[in-house]
Design a protein around this ligand. Structure first.
Ligand SMILES: NC(=O)c1ccc[n+]([C@@H]2O[C@H](COP(=O)([O-])OP(=O)(O)OC[C@H]3O[C@@H](n4cnc5c(N)ncnc54)[C@H](OP(=O)(O)O)[C@@H]3O)[C@@H](O)[C@H]2O)c1
Length: 345
């Protein structure tokens, strides 16, 4: 029987990348891509030794260097023991990729299904990152890249456990980025969309077609689409990127574009301005962005927004408010950029 190559490279100067869940799917593509970038890859798996072996031999055939190790990321003691075994290694990159799903609607989800998904996806990421950071801190350099998901940003019916875990990864990544930046360790997350792997193979053709119809690029992603993003974040070219979430989803979802913080913040600013400026409304960029963004995507939001303006206009007309925005005490945050004011009457 073919045995596993030594876990660590002969040359201690060679940089090591550890990829959890690297035997199949996205993790496998990441392992192969990082090996091509001249990193020694250690890929871990939970149950499928044959897949892990075949990945390592494919990497060797392509001229790379890799080894595999059995490591259940839900088992904290096993992770600590694994890192104790590679003490002093030149670990440069950790990719927290291992993940599972146990879908079910909120009202029917068993507590055990909730915790087991959190244990693998979130706790495993936390413990592995903590142990990896101890090694990287000594070398004063490193990359921690964690695989989140598009559903962490948008939510998904039937995945309360998975979305909670993947959203947790984003918070964890942002905090780690702040804590470890002083040690020159960057921490980023990748939020893949709908990727063709065993995880999505279980979905019916109808569900797949429905997902694809929501993707502007009109196709599912491939594991390599995600692997290229990981390789970039692991490279020296990404040395100044930390605390970020990189979406790899074919345009399926974009947080700030679809009414996230950006639009909400601008709406609040416009509202404050409107309250203080009497019957006047601002002609600055704020309103344009709000109207352009909201009209197409959020008809309800658009109605609320215009209803708000109408309400203010009538109220102010009744009250006979001043028409001079300055004397009405305009506090618009965009005032400096305003080109002028337009009366509504
Ligand atoms: N596929 C998608 O559409 C998609 C979208 C967004 C995010 N993601 C995320 O991307 C990552 C990879 O997904 P995938 O589609 O490639 O999944 P996959 O094909 O099901 O592969 C999962 C990998 O994780 C390993 N694994 C599972 N549980 C583990 C555990 N407890 N300890 C260690 N390893 C474990 C598996 O090892 P064994 O083979 O030994 O079981 C396998 O190598 C996951 O975190 C997933 O949540 C996937």
């Amino acid at each position: 029987m073919e045995s596993c190559p030594p876990l660590l490279p002969d040359d201690p100067k060679v940089r090591i990348a550890l990829v959890t869940g690297g035997s199949r799917g996205i993790g496998r593509a990441i392992a192969k891509t990082l090996a091509l970038e001249k990193l020694h890859v250690i890929l871990t798996y939970r149950s499928n030794t044959e897949e892990a072996k075949s990945c390592v031999s494919e990497i060797a055939q392509a001229g790379g260097s890799a080894a595999y190790a059995l490591l259940d990321v839900a088992d904290t003691e096993a992770i600590r023991a694994f890192f104790a075994g590679i003490k002093g290694a030149n670990l440069f990159c950790l990719v927290n990729n291992a993940g599972i799903t146990k879908d079910g609607l909120l009202l029917r989800m068993k507590e055990s299904d909730f915790t087991s998904v959190l244990d693998v996806c979130l706790k495993g990421t936390f413990v592995a990152s903590q142990e990896a950071a101890k090694l990287m801190t000594k070398k004063r350099t490193g990359r921690i890249i964690s695989i989140s998901s598009v559903v962490a940003l948008m939510g998904n019916a039937g995945q309360a456990n998975y979305t909670a875990a993947k959203a947790g990864i984003i918070g964890l990544t942002k905090t780690m980025a702040r804590e470890l930046a002083a040690r020159n360790i960057t921490c980023n997350a990748i939020a893949p969309g709908f990727i063709e792997t065993d995880m999505t193979a279980q979905l019916s053709p109808e569900v797949k077609a429905q997902y694809i119809s929501q993707i502007p690029l009109r196709r599912m992603g491939t594991p390599m689409d995600v692997a290229h993003a990981v390789a970039f974040l692991a490279s020296d070219k990404a040395a100044y990127i930390t605390g970020q979430v990189l979406s790899v989803n074919g345009g399926m979802y974009s947080w700030s574009q679809d009414g996230g913080y950006d639009v909400w913040y601008r709406w609040k600013s416009a509202k404050n301005h409107c309250r203080s400026a009497g019957r006047w409304r601002c002609q600055c960029e704020t309103r344009g962005v709000l109207r352009r963004g909201s009209r197409r995507r959020f008809p309800r939001f658009d109605r609320a927004y215009h209803g708000h303006w109408r309400g203010i206009r009538h109220r102010n007309r009744r009250r006979g408010r001043s028409e001079d925005p300055e004397s009405a005490g305009c506090r618009c945050l965009y005032r400096g950029e305003c080109e002028g004011f337009e009366g509504l009457g």
